[in-house]
Each structure stands twice: as structure tokens, then as C-alpha cells.
Design a protein around this ligand. Structure first.
Ligand code: FE2
Length: 139
């Protein structure tokens, strides 16, 4: 598996969320680049911190959107987010204990995001688009 670059195949057709998903995958790519270039722990640790901060920001935004649209499986969706944040925090802890960020770990992050977007996020994407349609468009 490779580090995934955003493309239309994972679009939710909700521009604000698509932009955030692009940025999220961009941070994973930046982390991968830093590791590939053999940057020091300071630089890699900094990118990892920014990635985790962005993940938290994005999940909060998404959860706000789900709540405001009375999404039926909000709790299940948030649980997935929380589990991923915990995994990232574990990775960060191990990194600060001197463990290197392996290719497997980077692929885990990329795969998790893509699977989550294609599966769990698509479910709310469909619902939200249907709501917009039901409310009547400008035509
Ligand atoms: Fe999500």
C-alpha cells in the first residue's frame, strides 16, 4: 500500500470537508517526506504534532456538522474518530520514547483515513447531500 494522495474517488462532494480531507492527507504526505528525507526527531516530531492537531480540528468540525444535521449514527462515528486519535497519541508517545516512524505506521495512518472516508464518512455524505436536495436547490 502507498501513502494515498487525495483524488475525486474519495470526494464527499461537500467542499468544506473535501478541503479538510485534502489537507489531512497532505499532512501525512509531509510526515512521510520528512521521514524519507531522514530529518531529525525535532522536525519529524513537529510535523507529527501538526498532523495530530489537524486531525483533532477536522474531527471536531465534522462532528459539529453531524450534530447540526441530527446524524443518526453520531455516537458510532465519533467513536471511530476517538479511536484513531488514541492510536495517533500512542504513536506519538512511542516516537518520543525514541522509536522510529516506520513505513507501516505511515501506511496505517494513510489507510485508516482513506477507509474511514470511503466507508463511514460516505454515509453522512449521502445523507447530507440528500437533505440539501430535499430542501430544494436554486433551480
Ligand atoms: Fe469522519
Amino acid at each position: 500500500m502507498a501513502i494515498f494522495e487525495w483524488d475525486d474517488s474519495i470526494s464527499l462532494h461537500i467542499p468544506v470537508i473535501d478541503e479538510q480531507h485534502k489537507e489531512l492527507l497532505g499532512w501525512i504526505a509531509a510526515l512521510n517526506d520528512a521521514v524519507q528525507k531522514g530529518e531529525g526527531a525535532q522536525v519529524i516530531g513537529d510535523v507529527l504534532l501538526k498532523l495530530i492537531s489537524y486531525v483533532c480540528f477536522h474531527f471536531e468540525e465534522e462532528e459539529r456538522l453531524l450534530l447540526s444535521s441530527n446524524y443518526p449514527d453520531f455516537v458510532g462515528h465519533r467513536k471511530e474518530h476517538d479511536n484513531f486519535v488514541k492510536r495517533l497519541q500512542d504513536i506519538q508517545e512511542h516516537f518520543h520514547d525514541g522509536e522510529e516512524l516506520s513505513r507501516n505506521t505511515l501506511e496505517f495512518m494513510s489507510d485508516w483515513i482513506v477507509l474511514h472516508i470511503r466507508g463511514t464518512d460516505q454515509k453522512y455524505g449521502q445523507l447530507l447531500r440528500a437533505k440539501v436536495g430535499a430542501a430544494g436547490g436554486p433551480d
